[in-house]
Design a protein around this ligand. Structure first.
Ligand code: HSE
Length: 336
């Protein structure tokens, strides 16, 4: 499978790590030979139709000179759309930072790739929350496959579970913790740390969005809830349909009071198919959604089985890159 990798931040680098380390097992287990034929960051592109060694690419990206050090393959200033249209590839992995206002530049990259009949894997929440319906129809029309399991839950397969493991059943409601940063902050506040200090740590640990206001104000969770509900329940929620309140007003005193009642305060995203909200809620300590640190958790209540809870890491480059890899394998197996 020839891959164009658009974006070399933590996530793109995480994917390169997996592809380098697991090259043999991917070939043995799935017959997948993943070849990076082009990779881009804001400085330009490296292009090599025979495939770039992921370990070398990673080392060069992390070196002081960046991609320019990968001669003779470096092409300064090249833009993703140009590469998508001119370099022969089977799939495009889009991992530029999320922009929820208009989804750009990822929206153009994904649309351009699908129109060129390339499969697309992305963890970019912007285009998916703004245009999941349009982009999935476009993929179908072009005979391409679009996968985005890393948009919610990081590496934890929340979207896959809802769609693939619950066949014949129906999700009737969703409740979850889908933002690792705020869960980390609330957990640390429960240990007595001040909000600002906990936020600083979440930033250092790489959990927070480029703009951490998206995390603390509940926007990131609202985006993920909309993606999750639209995917698992067939709703057509926009981010603005989710009434979202973040954790800024939660005080250490609130948290202590909750603890005294055997409860915890968590930022819970909920949708029952009609009403969708993100807000701090008091839940019993014994609730399966009471997960610590940056963990995410989702409870799907289904018609046949009742509540099913999935818990796992919801942020982090290496973890979320695991979802990109799963999606690539899925595409490889489906398009064989
Ligand atoms: N800022 C996000 C979080 C990263 O904390 O969950 C994963 O989308």
């Amino acid at each position: 499978m020839r891959i164009i990798l658009v974006g070399l931040g933590a996530l793109g680098q995480g994917l390169l790590g997996h592809l380098g380390e697991q090259a043999d097992s991917l070939l043995d287990a799935y017959g997948l030979r993943a070849k990076i034929v082009a990779a881009l960051d804001t400085s330009g592109a490296v292009v090599q139709p025979a495939g770039l060694d992921p370990a070398v690419l990673l080392r060069t990206k992390r070196s002081r000179g960046g991609l320019a050090g990968l001669q003779p393959y470096f092409r300064p200033g090249r833009r993703a759309l140009e590469i998508i249209h001119t370099v022969d590839a089977d799939a495009v992995v889009e991992v530029t930072p999320t922009n929820i206002l208009d989804g750009e530049p990822a929206m153009s990259h994904i649309r351009g790739a699908l129109k060129a009949r390339r499969h697309v894997v992305t963890a970019n929440k912007g285009p998916i929350v703004l245009a999941m319906g349009y982009l999935t129809s476009l993929a179908e029309e072009m005979g391409a496959i679009l996968r985005f399991s890393g948009t919610v839950g990081g590496g934890t397969p929340m979207l896959d579970l809802a769609r693939h493991s619950l066949r014949g059943d129906r999700v009737v409601s969703i409740a979850g913790i889908v933002n690792g940063t705020t869960n980390y902050i609330l957990t640390r506040m429960g240990e007595g740390l001040a909000f600002e200090e906990a936020l600083e740590q979440a930033k250092k640990l790489g959990y927070a969005e480029a703009n951490p206001a998206y995390d603390v104000e509940g926007t990131d969770a609202a985006i993920k809830l909309a993606i999750l509900s639209n995917w698992a329940m067939g709703t057509r929620l926009r981010v603005t349909d989710v009434s979202a309140r973040g954790i800024k007003e939660v005080t250490l005193a609130d948290i202590e009071r909750a603890q005294a009642q055997g409860k915890v305060i968590k930022l819970i995203a909920r949708c029952d198919g009609k009403v969708a909200s993100v807000q701090p809620e008091l839940i019993p300590k014994t609730d399966p959604l009471n997960v610590p640190g940056p963990l995410n958790a989702v409870t799907y209540t289904t018609e046949n089985v009742g509540p099913i809870t999935l818990v796992g890491k919801g942020a982090g480059g290496r973890e979320t890159a695991g979802a990109l890899l799963r999606d690539l394998i899925d595409i490889h197996l489906r398009s064989k």
